[in-house]
Design a protein around this ligand. Structure first.
Ligand code: PLP
Length: 436
């Protein structure tokens, strides 16, 4: 007999520990078991037929669905206030799937210019190979999304808290403009998990690289796409042929119709049954288990990440060797208004700064760090640092780097949850060495 679920909650602290799982019905195991299996025994031929025919949802093969991954999906959907989710092998796969689920060759999407470098490359180069055009617009002007849209535009895409600029995206304004003309907004909420709820602000889809704050411990690459269940795909049928016309790969199923008995999940059901089936980028059960361990404490960690970051930003802003510091806690005017409109849970733990003495001082600073790790990652419990122009953004042209906010002497920090005194002591000694 299944154990009754814990009472539903709207609080992220409780959701992250309890949503989607109580205990194993046969063993009573409280921790979610790692179902490291490729396939699942059917009860009989009728059962197998119902599963393949989508009359019943259930486990068939781990490329498409797995019980450990399923708990993570349910928990992340609940955390973001969505209807359902699909976990995949990386954040990059999540971004690619989120767009490819709506687009065919000849279609386009409109994206903010303020993007993670990997997403920029995917959009500016690789999507072209599939005949999908990405039109980039400046997020400072929400109307730019409308101007760039035509009847082949399938979605808009942006990051809540894009590094390195950290200019918070105007989610509510842009989502409302899109809804008025039937275009869904997809938000990459990786850097603002728990801090921002894009679906509540009007976004239709949220994705995360779970590699970052959700996993939180730098152990497992992963990604997730969450269907808000709040966008009427059938009401704009001409704009979304992948969801509203018969799918020859599934006996002519029309996904908005096929999903109806299961809930408002046409978008994510099609992603699972078609893209995951055909392109095959599932999250492994072991990575889902690791990611669940991180997720359980994400709210608590975000509190400490954010509190430490505010202290570090204030320290750096008062340091004589530093020309400028970028962190939402220091913003003024419209940037501050936008940060406060979206980041109701805290300003995040990413920040950047420019040393007065330029690129060489930046290199000396990174090499002098002893507590901070020098890695191409963000959102680890440990403090991290990197020089984007020579690493994460190095595949972009100099002009593209500047457009995405990377100047040659910029240093990016991801502030961890260590004791604040130790973090500041490490920065202080490295700044001394950089200026020597
Ligand atoms: N989105 C953002 C904001 C990121 O920072 C990253 C990775 O750095 C990704 C997506 C891609 O995620 P992954 O590295 O898990 O593929």
């Amino acid at each position: 007999m299944p154990f009754p679920p814990a009472p539903a909650s709207t609080h992220p602290e409780t959701i992250a520990l309890h949503a989607g799982w109580r205990a194993d019905p046969t063993t009573g195991s409280v921790a979610v078991p790692i179902h490291q299996t490729t396939s699942f025994q059917f009860q009989d031929t009728g059962h197998a037929e119902r599963l393949f025919g989508l009359q019943e949802l259930g486990m068939i093969y781990t490329r498409i669905m797995n019980p450990t991954v399923d708990v993570l999906e349910q928990r992340l959907a609940a955390l973001e206030g969505g209807a359902a989710a699909l976990a995949v092998g990386s954040g990059q796969a999540a971004t690619a799937f989120s767009v490819m689920n709506l687009c065919s060759a000849g279609d386009n999407i409109v994206s903010s210019t303020d993007l993670y470098g990997g997403t920029w490359n995917l959009f500016a180069n690789t999507m072209k190979q599939f005949g999908i055009e990405v039109r980039f617009v400046d997020p400072a002007d929400p109307q730019g999304f409308v101007r760039a849209t035509d009847d082949r535009t399938r979605c808009w895409y942006a990051e809540t808290l894009p590094n390195p600029k950290l200019q918070v995206f105007p989610i509510a304004e842009v989502a409302a403009l899109g809804r008025a003309i039937g275009v869904p907004l997809i938000m990459d909420n990786t850097a603002a998990v728990v801090l921002c709820k894009p679906l509540a602000l009007g976004a239709a889809i949220v994705m995360h690289s779970t590699t970052k704050w959700i996993g939180g411990h730098g152990t497992s690459i992963g990604g997730v796409v969450i269907d808000g269940g709040n966008f009427d795909w059938a009401a704009h049928a001409a704009r979304f042929p992948t969801l509203n016309t018969p799918d020859p790969s599934y006996h002519g199923a029309v996904w908005t119709v096929a999903a109806a008995p299961l809930g408002p999940i046409a978008y994510i059901l099609r992603m699972r049954t078609c893209l995951l089936r055909d392109l095959g980028a599932p999250m492994s059960p072991f990575n889902a288990f690791q990611t669940l361990q991180g997720l359980e404490t994400v709210s608590l960690r975000m509190e400490r990440h954010c509190a430490n970051a505010i202290r570090v930003a204030a320290y750096l802003a008062s340091h004589p060797a530093i020309a400028s510091v970028t962190h939402p806690s220091l913003f003024q005017g419209e940037a501050k208004r936008r940060a406060e409109a979206a980041l109701t849970g805290g300003y995040g733990s990413l920040m950047g700064f420019e040393l007065k003495a330029g690129v060489e001082a930046g290199r000396r600073f990174i090499e002098a760090l002893r507590l901070f790790y020098h890695v191409a990652n963000i959102g680890d419990a440990r403090s991290l640092a990197i020089h984007p122009a020579t690493t994460t953004h190095s595949q972009l042209s100099a002009q593209e780097q500047l457009a995405s906010g990377v100047s040659p002497g910029y240093v990016r920090l991801s502030i961890g949850i260590e004791h604040i005194d130790d973090i500041i002591a490490d920065l202080a000694q490295a700044l001394d060495k950089a200026s020597a």
